[in-house]
Design a protein around this ligand. Structure first.
Ligand SMILES: [Zn+2]
Length: 562
């Protein structure tokens, strides 16, 4: 029996039938998948209404497709021509029944709320309470006291409370905050009309600012505190080593502002990421808080100026520090992103000139979707330039759009041919592969901005379906979403509590053929890439949550809202 979000028990489904456990837009394509055991394919499937088991649609299963990355033979059950809103399941005679799912007009609205609210659950430096919907999911204020580490070039207390816990640990990292916060602000800029009235039930709700901006600001304020008076930005704020699996308020290790260990102490990648994100913030918050927007713009300008004097100061963990490094040996893509966002915000020639002098070398990156990641932000720089209104260089914009749209088209073709109807290549099953799947969704949705095409939105949604249960495990990879969600994230607040389910709305990293943890290593040697996943707390390489892939999920869901 599975524990649904409401706590009710539901009839046992078979994992051989895979559906998006949230559901499908009633008016869009609808495909469930059936993995076939050796010995013969099933022929027919039924769509049944959950309330009374009535058969509302019958269809034939497609011929099996061999899916190389799972080793499965997969049959498609296409019921796209059925349009009635409701709650259903798929039944296959001789195989069993699926989990329940919905057909709806705006079917992902609740999942979007859960995923974006997941960031609120990651807040540091404040008491958090998920409210009466999720009783017991709360903690007192944590990590209120900060200090400058010897590697930062300063000493003494640091007033740096705030931000989001990065992942399963309680560290806060500017570089990973950059792509995460930037992606959320982009979701606002592109889909704001759909998002502005969605109430997240967070402390700021009802203050006149849309809640997605309220939530992003919680992390932005911390990022701004990480900027030194010379404009440079320290790389991270963590303890020297990871703490035990304990509640955030019980972590007694000192939260330290950590630098490079020698002058100029701040890192170029962190500084440029802050510059990019603060430049977006200057646009996004202007209608709601002009003073904050102006402060963000000034911070962005100072950050960019610092990177001109310090073009490639690399961060490596100083001696005695073993928390996440987010090391990146090349900060030129971060600088491109900062220049592009500053240009889009200000229209000032110096930023535009920097972009035009540097962008061309990054264009080939667009040929390999999903392209963007915490250490590869060049696509963000290229896309924001192409999305900017006003004075942009025609040839640059054309090249960016052309390459993005062409690559998106190839992704559509590949996805349609794949057994599990996702965009993943064998090499995509890396640490955080579910973030890669969400990243494909984001790529396709950006292409859809450049050249509107329902195939791009549909294929983006196919990747969302994969994350929400249409995968080899028949598992929803978002906590407390769907009838059969994963249960054991590598996440300290969840893993150290006695609550019946993990903290809500958080996406697992997903299958990882690199298998860099003791749990994955124990899998049989010939385990296929897309099955290199274990729903155990100890599998940090396949089952950790993290704000960067969470942000890509939120963007993808925002794009699929109506
Ligand atoms: Zn904290």
């Amino acid at each position: 029996m599975a524990l649904a979000e409401t706590g009710k028990t539901v009839p046992k489904a078979t994992t051989a039938i895979k559906v998006d456990q949230v559901g499908y837009p009633a008016d869009g394509p609808k495909v469930a998948l059936v993995s076939v055991a050796a010995g013969g394919a099933a022929k027919l499937f039924e769509l049944r209404q959950s309330s009374n088991d009535a058969v509302v649609w019958k269809g034939e299963l497609a011929a099996p497709v061999a899916d190389a990355d799972t080793g499965d033979q997969v049959q498609a059950a296409d019921f796209s021509d059925f349009h009635r809103v409701g709650t259903y399941y798929i039944a296959v005679p001789g195989v069993g029944r699926s989990w329940d799912f919905a057909l709806g007009k705006n079917v992902f609205e609740r999942a979007y709320y859960m995923a974006l609210r997941g960031f609120y659950g990651q807040r540091c430096g404040t008491a958090v309470d998920m409210g009466p919907e999720f009783p017991g999911y709360s903690h007192p204020a944590c990590h209120l006291h900060g200090e400058f580490h010897a590697s930062s070039g300063k000493s003494g207390p640091a007033d740096n409370a705030g931000g989001w816990h990065d992942a399963g640990d309680y560290g806060r990292y500017v570089v990973n905050s950059g792509i995460s916060t930037g992606t959320l602000l982009w979701a606002w800029e592109i889909y704001g009309k759909k998002l502005k009235s969605i109430n997240l039930k967070i402390p700021e709700s009802g203050n006149g600012t849309p809640d997605i901006l309220n939530e992003a600001r919680w992390n932005l304020e911390w990022m701004l505190k990480m900027q030194d008076t010379d404009g440079g930005v320290w790389h991270k704020q963590t303890s020297e080593r990871f703490d035990a699996f304990e509640q955030p308020q019980d972590d007694r290790l000192i939260s330290e502002v950590i630098g490079t260990g020698s002058a100029p102490y701040k890192s170029t990648c962190a500084t440029a990421d802050l510059g990019a994100v603060a430049a977006i913030a200057a646009r996004a918050y202007k209608p709601f808080d002009a003073k904050f927007a102006a402060k963000a713009l000034e911070a962005a300008r100072q950050a960019f100026a610092w990177t001109e004097k310090n073009p490639n100061v690399i961060f490596r963990n100083p001696k005695g520090v073993s928390t996440g490094e987010y090391g990146d040996s090349n900060c030129s893509d971060e600088r491109l992103w900062a220049a592009a966002e500053l240009y889009r915000t200000t229209g000032e020639k110096a930023y535009g000139d920097y972009f035009l002098a540097n962008y061309a070398a990054f264009l080939p990156i667009l040929d390999n979707p999903p392209a963007a990641g915490w250490s590869d932000v060049a696509p963000m720089g290229l896309w924001t330039y192409a999305l900017a209104h006003g004075k942009t260089d025609r040839a640059a914009v054309d090249a960016i759009k052309r390459r993005t749209v062409a690559a998106a088209q190839a992704v559509v073709t590949r996805t349609r041919a794949a057994g599990y109807v996702n965009s993943m290549k064998t090499t995509d099953y890396v640490w955080g592969s579910n973030g890669v799947a969400a990243g494909y969704g984001m790529y396709l949705l950006i292409a859809n901005q450049f050249a509107p095409n329902h195939e791009f939105a549909d294929t983006a949604r196919d990747n969302l379906h994969y994350i929400l249960g249409r995968n080899a495990f028949s598992l929803s990879w978002v906590t407390q979403v769907g009838e059969n969600p994963y249960m054991h994230p590598h996440h300290r607040p969840s893993g150290s509590s006695k609550l019946p389910a993990p903290w809500p709305g958080l996406m697992s990293g997903g299958p990882n053929r690199g298998r860099q943890d003791a749990v994955l290593v124990k899998l049989p040697k010939d385990t296929p890439p897309a099955k290199s996943y274990v729903d155990e707390l100890g599998s940090y390489a396949s089952n950790e949550i993290a704000i960067n892939w969470q942000a890509a999920l939120v963007f993808l869901m925002a794009g699929e809202l109506r």
